[in-house]
Design a protein around this ligand. Structure first.
Ligand code: ATP
Ligand code: MG
Length: 336
């Protein structure tokens, strides 16, 4: 049987963080052995809410590529590509925009939530939202279908966006005939990693993240400020690990003393400062091999460029093949 295609990716709106690692990168590394994996660096999508700051996007394209390479995405197994270099995606977006209503886009809970978070751009009530931002799920349908993506590994926030792709694909196939692959989502084991501030989602744009590339001083500063059980005031007060962000991250990276941390906290024999210091050490143990690999790629930018150029070339071939099929189905394949 032919291997299925996976489409996955990140917006180059900043470097990648722990939420990405556990929610998206770790599953991606495991999947690349079983499927044809396309890792899309979504610069066009990042511009939808960074259109006034294009440097932020362009500077982060290589950073996001390096983050992926540093955690173990292997360019011999996965295709890493830059979205804006695949014009077919933009073309598909135009055709798909006829298949979705504006009301439906407004109802998308993820889009709604993101518009609310971006009041500085889109106004207090979202009255200034742009056509481009509201329509990013349509462009995401372009990303996925341009590579016949059958499986899309996602964090929780992306489920409603993927549902929009599925609706577009079904509508396309019902009007123009069976042409596009309808993708399914693959929800990660850690679909939503919380932020240092206790916010439900760690996000690049939310100021509550530990980045994979953060040096020890930075990790240390952030963890020292992380939210702990507000009822545990003195060192020997018994605490509730379930409401503590420090324990929450211990669970992610501490493979050896987790039980001890939990018991001592509950008994009141461990202070929060000690607990934070231990977490900093565990976190650095976890980040160190990733950061060593990152350093290698930072020292060899020509290797990163080569990987991006080669990946994008392969992706262009695939997208051209899909585009041909789409135009034929839509009967706009003139002079063929
Ligand atoms: P931005 O705030 O700019 O949107 P982001 O942190 O949401 O950035 P994206 O590049 O939009 O990051 O997301 C890339 C992938 O990582 C998506 O599949 C998303 O679901 C997943 N992801 C992002 N943040 C988390 C998180 N905190 N927990 C689990 N998965 C996450
Ligand atoms: Mg996001």
């Amino acid at each position: 049987m032919e291997k299925k295609n996976i489409l996955t990716g990140d917006r180059p709106s900043g470097k990648l963080h722990l939420g990405h690692y556990f929610g998206a990168l770790k599953p991606r590394i495991e999947l690349q052995d079983k499927y044809n994996t396309y890792v899309l660096i979504a610069d066009v999508q990042a511009l939808t809410d960074n259109f006034n700051n294009p440097e932020r996007v362009s500077q982060n394209v290589r950073e996001v590529a390096i983050d992926n390479l540093s955690v173990g995405i292997d360019p011999n197994k996965s295709v890493i590509l830059i979205q804006s270099m695949i014009p077919e995606i933009a073309e598909l977006t135009v055709y798909y925009s006829n298949l979705v209503t504006i009301a439906r886009l407004y109802r998308n809970p993820t889009v709604k939530n993101e518009i609310n978070q971006k009041q500085h751009l889109f106004g207090n009530k979202g009255e200034g939202v742009t056509y481009g931002f509201l329509g990013y799920p349509v462009s995401q349908a372009g990303d996925i279908t341009a590579f016949d993506g059958a499986l899309v590994p996602v964090g929780e926030d992306q489920i409603p966006v993927l549902e929009q792709t599925r609706e577009i694909v079904r509508k396309f196939n019902s009007i123009y005939g069976d042409t596009l692959v309808e993708p399914e989502h693959l929800l990660s084991e850690n679909p939503r990693i919380k932020g240092l501030d206790g916010n439900e989602k760690m996000g690049k744009s939310l100021g509550n993240a530990i980045f994979l590339s953060d040096p020890e001083e930075e990790v240390s500063k952030k963890i020292m400020k992380a939210v702990t059980d507000p009822q545990k005031i003195k060192k020997d007060d018994p605490g509730n690990p379930d409401v503590c962000m420090v324990y929450y991250y211990h669970k992610l990276v501490n493979k050896t003393t987790l039980e001890k941390v939990c018991e001592e906290c509950k008994k009141g024999t461990r202070g929060c400062v000690q607990c934070k210091q231990e977490l900093i050490a565990k976190m650095m143990e976890f980040l160190k091999p990733i950061q060593e690999k990152r350093k290698y790629y930072e020292d060899h930018p020509e290797i990163v460029d080569e990987i991006l150029i080669e990946g994008t070339k392969k992706a262009q071939l695939k997208a051209k093949e899909v585009m041909k099929r789409v135009k034929k189905s839509m009967k706009i394949n003139y002079f063929e």
